[in-house]
Design a protein around this ligand. Structure first.
Ligand code: 3AT
Ligand code: MN
Ligand code: MN
Length: 529
């Protein structure tokens, strides 16, 4: 801890030990987390460590080879070093089976980004147990994705202004960021944020168990998604860390129970901070609502603890705030019942009811004829859905526009232009849906359409009593504006990419949104007149 005797921007709420009952429910929580399959096997854990050991050696070999290539002496090349830092769920210790290992490769100044995407990628390809290496050097945060011995890996790279990278290098010093390329600053950020979070929680073990619970709950409730305006991994990690600071001696069960009630009652837009925001050596913006109107617009600000401080939740809209708040309340009620023994942890992890919750939905379909292009086009449409949500929020009779956190991918084999139009429009008939690739092979008219379908649930004001006839809801303006907006994408091409928005009753939802166990109860046909 620090000179003030506690971690965080205020003193703790309580430094008391947890009660016997809280300890008891912590035990049942850990059992439930195991039952839900959130932990990896001992064998997988061993594989991860082995893979990380080999990757650490590979980065050193990479730096050594590139150093020689750039004309450094043998002696200088062998002291040039190179070090890996993990971040993401693995670093926090809350990863599940199948999670990736997010790995930052830190290299000395004479090793370039081009070297990383040529030499390092090549070294990876030739490493034993490596499958499918794919580099995306042009990304906002350039990345190499691969799988080593079955473990998915994400590699970022940062080149520091140092001639060698010692094994005991720490990334804590803000001055390391001086004179770096912006992509390197961004690549360093994830790791620096994670390290700060771990430094700022009083008890890492309690923190990990609590965060594992909250992550599972948020995923099940379909509110784990940064792009759609809910909270992403970093935001959840910071929130749980803040509760841990407020109850430094509590067990995980107690932290989780305090989490829901504190988050439900939080007086937004008061920000959630793990430490005071600091200025630093770069000419970059630090989150500051007093100075910047854009920051003032953040509804539920959760601020990252490493310099430069940023808001991890700038995507939250009026609707997603409403939904998050409602979920905090539901969580608080369930946890209260768990403490008194009238509910179980399994109740907390119950699946969301998004596709049963609303009477009306918007269905948004992004389509192309090419699987690689589809990923980019669907990603673009998804990243703009928030704009549609925000425009819908302006519609008078609409209380809430609830975006679902994932799109549904489909491949359709069409035999006519008519069928293609149906798919592009999001009306995939049973005939098309059931057709498979083998039945269309050799047919010259067959066209494959890749589509990704997103849904927005619409909570519409009930009709005032006494008023008859359908409630008017004019969504044509938001819809048209949204379609215009996605078509402004620089790679948009009218001939190869489709976008459609359709308004539908819940009875029109496609079968694939439901689990086998929760097939939508088809209402019996009305009695004939
Ligand atoms: P998993 O257990 O891997 O699902 P995670 O929290 O590790 O959970 P990710 O691996 O997706 O999640 O992300 C880890 C960090 O990587 C979080 C963020 O700092 C960074 N990150 C994720 N996606 C992107 C992205 N598209 N661009 C830049 N940084 C990203
Ligand atoms: Mn990860
Ligand atoms: Mn990742």
């Amino acid at each position: 801890t620090t000179e003030k005797g506690y971690l965080g921007v205020t003193p703790p709420i309580s430094t008391a030990e947890s009660s016997e009952r809280e300890k008891e429910v912590t035990g049942t929580l850990m059992e439930e987390l195991r039952r839900q399959g959130t932990f990896e096997s001992v064998e997988e854990a061993r594989t991860r460590e082995m893979v990380l050991g080999r990757v650490a050696a590979l980065v050193k070999k990479f730096v050594y080879q590139v150093s020689l290539k750039h004309g450094l002496s043998e002696a200088a090349a062998s002291t040039a070093g190179g070090k890996i830092f993990t971040f993401g769920s693995y670093r926090l210790g809350v990863h599940g089976p199948g999670s990736d290992i997010d790995t930052l490769c830190v290299v000395p100044k004479h090793v370039s980004r081009e070297d990383f995407f040529e030499v390092f990628e090549d070294l990876l390809r030739n490493m034993e147990g490596v499958a499918e290496v794919s580099g995306v050097p042009e990304a906002y945060v350039p990345i190499v994705k691969t799988k080593i011995c079955g473990i998915p890996m994400d590699f970022l790279m940062a080149r520091l202004a140092l001639s060698s990278i010692p094994d005991d290098l720490s990334l804590k010093d803000d001055n390391l960021l001086r004179n770096l390329d912006e992509r390197c600053v961004r690549s360093l950020n994830g790791s620096r944020v994670n390290d700060e979070i771990l430094r700022l929680v009083p008890n890492p073990e309690v923190y990990r168990d609590s965060l594992r619970c909250i992550k599972l709950w948020a995923q099940r409730r379909a509110i784990y998604s940064n792009v759609n305006g809910f909270f992403g991994g970093v935001a959840w990690a910071i929130l749980v860390a803040r509760i841990c600071q407020l109850y430094p001696n509590a067990t995980a069960g107690a932290i989780v129970s305090r989490f829901f009630i504190i988050m439900y009652q939080w007086t937004w837009p008061q920000p959630v901070l793990l430490k005071q925001i600091e200025e630093g050596p770069l000419p970059v913006r630090v989150w500051n609502p007093k100075l910047y109107p854009a920051d003032r617009a953040h509804r539920m600000p959760i601020i990252t603890p490493a310099y430069p401080a940023m808001c991890a939740t700038h995507n939250v809209t009026a609707s997603t705030q409403m939904i998050l708040t409602e979920e905090f309340k539901k969580g608080a009620d369930i946890v209260d019942k768990i403490i008194v023994g009238t509910a179980t942890w399994a109740d907390l992890f119950a699946k969301h009811d998004f596709f049963h919750k609303y009477r009306y939905y918007l269905q948004i379909v992004a389509s192309t004829g090419d699987p690689d292009l589809q990923i980019k086009w669907a990603g673009t449409v998804e990243s703009r859905l928030r704009q549609l949500v925000m425009k819908l929020e302006f519609v008078d009779t609409l209380i809430c526009a609830h975006p679902f956190i994932k799109g549904f991918d489909q491949i359709s084999y069409c035999l006519s232009q008519d069928e293609m139009n149906q798919v592009i429009d999001g009306q995939i008939s049973e005939t098309i849906a059931k057709r498979n690739v083998s039945s269309t092979e050799g047919n010259p008219d067959s066209k494959t359409v890749y589509s990704t379908t997103f849904f927005i649930g619409l909570h519409i004001q009930p009709k005032p009593s006494g008023v008859t006839g359908p409630r008017k809801l004019d969504i044509s303006y938001p819809t048209t504006e949204f379609i215009k907006l996605v078509k402004m994408w620089e790679k948009y091409d009218e001939d190869t990419m489709g976008i459609s928005v359709r308004y539908m009753k819940s009875s029109g939802l496609p079968e694939y949104v439901f689990d086998a166990a929760e097939r939508q109860p088809k209402r019996p046909p009305k009695r004939p007149l």
